[in-house]
Design a protein around this ligand. Structure first.
Ligand code: SAM
Length: 259
């Protein structure tokens, strides 16, 4: 972490115009000036990734797709990566994948590769054991399609791990955290200026699609913005036999974190 690196990122977040006709063009335009500084700034902004990834621990030989994996930061939090059969970091942003390729080469991970593709469409050659999304659903316009695609490419019994920012619904199921009006209404507008769209529907949809193993909700501090707190969640689920889509999960029990 250095102040110069942080200032470069903050300048890009605040002032750099996002241009391009396609979603991929806009991602390249947003990230190309900050790709080299991405990891150190995001380590303080994107909480819960280490907790999520390190706890997944798939079986030996497992195949893993990290959707919207960017620079491949999640790979560092997977002490079990050496026993994976194949790992694919799928992202639409070329400058971030270049950073990921450098990381893979430096680490000598021969079972890991980057794939320049859209998470709503990418289909691996064989169904996989594990799919993850860390802070990528909020940047994928059609995130419903990305979750559906994760369900499609998982083996029966395969697992999904997600961590992301969100805002709660106004009226909730028992056990969920209800955010204040400010957090539900103002924080999403602040994030949307950088094309990060906090949704109230991620958790309900994940709970409908997958058999929930764990779910927790938290609040993160934002670097250089002392008063703002951003809610984020961790969700781990399993691909069931399809009956899940009709039945949904029972309400979660949550160590509440209101905001
Ligand atoms: C906030 S970054 C998170 C990156 C990484 N997962 C992490 O935790 O550091 C969001 C990522 O989603 C990627 N992304 C956005 N839309 C995408 C799409 N449709 N398909 C694949 N990746 C996408 C972006 O390029 C970016 O790398």
């Amino acid at each position: 972490m250095s102040l110069t690196s942080d200032l470069r990122v903050l300048w890009h977040l605040a002032f750099s115009p996002v241009r391009g006709k396609t979603h991929a063009d806009r991602l390249d335009s947003f990230y190309e000036g900050q790709a080299g500084d991405y990891d150190s700034f995001r380590a303080r902004l994107l909480k819960g990734r280490e907790e999520l990834i390190s706890g997944l621990n798939p079986p030996a030989g497992a195949t893993w797709v990290d959707f919207g994996g960017g620079t491949g930061a999640n790979l560092e939090w997977a002490p079990w990566i050496s026993h994976c059969g194949k790992v694919q970091v799928v992202d639409l942003c070329a400058p971030l994948l270049e950073q990921c390729d450098k990381r893979i080469a430096a680490r000598g991970w021969t079972q890991v590769e980057t794939v320049h593709a859209d998470a709503t469409q990418f289909t691996p050659q064989e169904p996989v054991d594990l799919v993850t999304f860390s802070y990528s659903l909020t940047m994928i316009p059609n995130w419903f399609a990305a979750i559906d695609q994760a369900w499609r490419i998982l083996k029966p019994g395969g697992r999904i791990g997600v961590v992301d920012f969100y805002a709660s619904r106004k009226y909730l199921d028992v056990g969920q955290v209800r955010h204040s009006w400010f957090t539900r209404s103002v924080v999403p507008v602040w994030f949307a200026t950088d094309n990060v769209h906090l949704s109230r529907d991620h958790l309900p949809y994940l709970n409908q699609r997958f058999e929930r193993e764990t779910q927790s909700e938290h609040l993160a501090r934002i670097p250089y913005v002392p008063l703002l707190r951003a809610p984020y969640y961790l969700f781990v689920g399993r691909k069931g036999d399809g009956s899940q889509a009709a039945a949904g999960n029972p309400p979660a029990s949550n160590p509440a974190a209101a905001g």
